[in-house]
Design a protein around this ligand. Structure first.
Ligand SMILES: NC(=O)c1ccc[n+]([C@@H]2O[C@H](COP(=O)([O-])OP(=O)(O)OC[C@H]3O[C@@H](n4cnc5c(N)ncnc54)[C@H](O)[C@@H]3O)[C@@H](O)[C@H]2O)c1
Length: 313
């Protein structure tokens, strides 16, 4: 069936790979990429692109009408570490872009929305191990507050106005095609780059800070799988817990040493340590497994092999 898709924030870490994956599935001409900046050459060459600010409702509405868009993937946001530096800008971007897309669906201008949430919705009072789908949240970061509020609005628009919005609480994402955009789990990407380039890495988190993580291919698979699920089976309309692996900086370093024995890691925690300390160390994603068959393919060993292999090439 033909459908037309718009990606907002398509040039970021997730947006870039999501654009390629959706173009592969639905055809290059059916997937419109957009962002406030241009993306990689590959991305720009692979299909239509619009310079578009997701907080500008009027322009967004025009683009949606012009391309007869059915589905919007909203990937534009300010991430956790950057948001602590610019709280008001983060709130405005993260909330206004979401309202714009939710309102387009409420007014029947689009049919379906994907909006990512994060493990940052949880806070220091949340049970840290195997964090359940429904639990105490109380996020202590600007980013987490915006994501938790976003989840409540998604749920509200679904129940009040019948909006078909779907969401995942992504853990920290590891990828080699695009650099991460200012999150607290960015170390788990930087470490591979530095291991290959310099044989050493100075980590901004403590050695034992265990966080939930996922390889990008799994995140893209989960996103496509959730969006392809029949509406009745999507029971959670705030956001689904999603999990693949959990590790600490010490554990990823040990894993890298198996490939690069001379690799050295040192630890110099900065302000991001506080953010990481407020997040869970592992996630219970049984609801996603049960409702739409979620199952990850990548553990830490496989991720390290693919990361080092591709970054070396
Ligand atoms: N990367 C992760 O580990 C991770 C984890 C959990 C959740 N998420 C969520 O996934 C989504 C995408 O994250 P990402 O890692 O790709 O982020 P990113 O920072 O790499 O990319 C975000 C993109 O949005 C664009 N953008 C910024 N302001 C914009 C605006 N006003 N209009 C349009 N585009 C704008 C940026 O130019 C950038 O290309 C975000 O909602 C983020 O909170 C990411």
């Amino acid at each position: 069936m033909h459908k037309s898709i718009l990606i907002l924030g398509a040039c970021g870490q997730i947006g870039t790979e999501l654009t390629f994956a959706l173009r592969e599935t639905y055809g290059n001409e059916s997937v419109i990429a957009s962002d406030i900046r241009e993306g990689s050459e590959n991305l720009m060459d692979s299909g239509s692109f619009e310079l578009l600010d997701a907080t500008d409702y009027d322009v967004l509405e025009e683009v949606v009408a012009y391309y007869e868009i059915d589905e919007v993937y909203l990937m534009a946001a300010m991430l956790s570490a950057t948001a602590e530096k610019f709280p008001e800008r983060a709130w405005n971007l993260n909330m206004n872009s979401l309202f714009n897309v939710l309102n387009l669906a409420k007014d029947k201008k689009i049919k379906k929305i994907f909006w990512p949430s994060s493990i940052a919705v949880f806070g220091p009072n949340t049970p840290k191990t195997n964090t359940p789908q429904n639990t105490i949240m109380e996020p202590s970061t600007v980013y987490g507050i915006s994501k938790q509020s976003g989840e409540r609005w998604c749920d509200y628009y679904h129940h009040k106005f019948g909006v078909d919005v779907r969401s995942l609480r992504y853990p920290g994402l590891i990828s080699w095609k695009t650099q991460p955009g200012g999150g607290t789990t960015d170390y788990a990407v930087e470490i591979y780059h530095k291991a290959l380039a310099e044989g050493a890495y100075g980590c901004f988190l403590n050695e034992d800070t265990k966080l939930p993580m996922m390889f990008m291919d799994d995140a893209i698979k989960a996103t496509q799988q959730l969006m392809a699920t029949e509406a009745e089976k999507v029971k959670v309309r705030s956001s689904y817990n999603l999990s693949a692996m959990s590790f600490s900086p010490k554990e990823i370093a040990q894993n890298i040493k198996e490939h690069i024995p001379e690799f050295e890691i040192s630890y110099k925690p900065d302000f991001r340590q506080d953010i990481a300390d407020s997040w869970p160390n592992s996630i219970d994603d049984s609801k996603a497994r049960q409702d739409w068959g979620w199952k990850p393919d990548f553990d830490l060993e496989k991720t390290t092999k693919v990361m080092l292999g591709n970054l070396k090439a």
